[in-house]
Design a protein around this ligand. Sequence first.
Ligand code: HEC
Length: 106
Amino acid sequence: MRLTLLCLAALTVGISSNALAEGDPTAGRKKATTCLGCHAVEGYRNSYPSYRVPKLGGQKASYIVAALKAYKNGERSHPTMRAQAAYLSEQDMQDIAAYFAEAGEE
Ligand code: HEC
């Protein structure tokens, strides 16, 4: 009996950590506050800044994560986004990407 419970507990932990790795849109929403200053969820323009910024809402999560990694490791050279991506962890990227992917579906 004890052993069964232990196994169940291990299984539950396994499942919830998997869910986390896929990105949590609720956590991502908080982490994306800075991003929204530039990246509008609807439409391509936001009040600030006045130059064009790519739309992220509805973008595929995997695309967003790949792009953020490319900024972080220097494959993409845009200075603003390199600064933004520099402090993001893998989990931050996953969460933020999950939020933006979901934001476009409504
Ligand atoms: C100061 C304005 C600004 C902020 C803040 C900002 N971005 Fe960006 N972002 C840009 C601009 C400008 C580009 C286009 C850069 C380029 O041409 O490579 C861009 C590009 C991107 C791209 C690539 C989009 C594509 O279609 O290839 C992603 C993904 C992205 N930003 C995510 C984020 C995330 C996540 C945050 C918050 C952590 C963030 N950005 C914060 C201005 C900003």
